[in-house]
Ligand binder design. Sequence first.
Ligand SMILES: Cc1cc2nc3c(=O)[nH]c(=O)nc-3n(C[C@H](O)[C@H](O)[C@H](O)COP(=O)(O)OP(=O)(O)OC[C@H]3O[C@@H](n4cnc5c(N)ncnc54)[C@H](O)[C@@H]3O)c2cc1C
Length: 468
Amino acid sequence: MHVALIGAYGSAGTAVAGRLVEHLGEELTQLTLIDDGEPGGGLCILRGCMPSKEVISAAGHRYQTRHDDRLIGTPEMDLDRVVETKDGHIENFARHRRAAVHDMAEREGAEFRHERATFVDDHTLRLHPSGDELTADYVVVATGSVVNVPDLPGIDAVEPVTSADVLDATDLPESGIVMGFGYVGLELVPYLAEAGVDLTVVEHDARPLDEADPDFGDELLDIYREEFGVEILTNTYEKRVEPAGEGVRMHLDHDGEAVTREAEALFLFTGRRPDLAGLGIENTALDTDGEWVHDTMQARDLAHTFVVGDVNGKEPILHVAKEQGFVAADNILAHAAGEKLVEYENVHHHVVFSAGGVYPYARVGHSVASAVEAGLDHVAVTRRASDDGVFKTKATPRGLATLVVGTDGTVLGYQGLHYHADVMAKTMQMAVEMELDVHEIPDRAYHPTTPEILDGLFRQAKAELRES
Ligand SMILES: Cc1cc2nc3c(=O)[nH]c(=O)nc-3n(C[C@H](O)[C@H](O)[C@H](O)COP(=O)(O)OP(=O)(O)OC[C@H]3O[C@@H](n4cnc5c(N)ncnc54)[C@H](O)[C@@H]3O)c2cc1C
């Protein structure tokens, strides 16, 4: 059996390859790994998760300095050093990623082609620039995503700044209008604000963080407005944009009222869409409309094609891309053996490095709204970060956390918008995925200078269950 994989340097592609390579010499006889990335390393490493957290950390340090009365003066961010440090680190990560792929290609039966692949037909790929063609029993598409440019009148006449541009910028405009307040906007807005950019954010809904219970989005709005000085126009829609002097003017519908904003730059944080252009999909039986990829990662219209990562449009985040990759590899082997395919399902697990990473938002498992929607009998308890003495001593008193527990005590979900919520999400992932009973979670004394917010939630939930 020959498997060809398009997008081998990406997170999803590497996961597929890593799993399949162990079967070379057995049922798998040939594995062709293809990627035209230059230098290569995938989105997460080059322009996504890793570089964004790296630059955000500089903003987080500045924010904390500004909010600590014991320190005098406010440091400026040296963007040359921010970008240079980030570049050094990601070059290293990317080198490791490429080395891992090239090492796999050294195995008997495997090869790496540093070329662009397009479909000639369902099983045949043409490689560019060599023009070589190869025929495979199974093809894995792991080509990632591209920036989603919204269909807004006038957008072609201005030059929007994307997240990739921001990550490389050593010189930023004085002011900007932000379109897109999903996780990319939530992460980069505080970075830009700490770097001195005066921002207006356009938010379509009443609050950001669609996946969260409303209190979390409201708290984030307060933090961004009060602590970062950002103007956020909620319930607002873009009508059109046009060049204005050296910058841009945007016409908006703000709660039914026509308003305009002008700024030096338009920041486009409007998400990403599957990268399917130029793949020659039209030469195959694949139709990419609607739910074109099953949860087994098998394409709806082509049983020998598996589609993983951002390109399938399901849940464009890194850990999902990787897990989908493992499932696709297992399912290719299962399909070839005539066995039943397994579906990929996961427990909700998102972390947004909001507020410079000082007040990250994390959700594991159920929110209150999703527990209600799923018809689960539950109790929910909430604590404010300001009630935690330890957060106060660290000058990070904002935020809140909610724990959702089944009426039998099973931990169903945690949401946190507070200092260290990102790290605590791992602990809570275990509590939720292992279906721990909140009554059995040890109530022990711990180091007095670590946050107590989780212990507080557990205790409060147990008390609530006793009373209900
Ligand atoms: C600013 C930003 C911040 C982010 N932060 C986070 C975060 O904190 N946490 C998180 O979980 N996710 C984050 N993400 C999302 C995450 O980066 C992506 O979900 C993940 O990298 C997708 O991996 P992938 O393997 O699907 O695609 P990619 O990593 O993009 O891999 C696709 C590969 O396919 C190759 N390719 C494409 N077309 C062809 C072709 N025709 N022939 C050959 N090769 C081809 C490309 O060169 C590339 O190497 C962030 C994204 C952005 C933009």
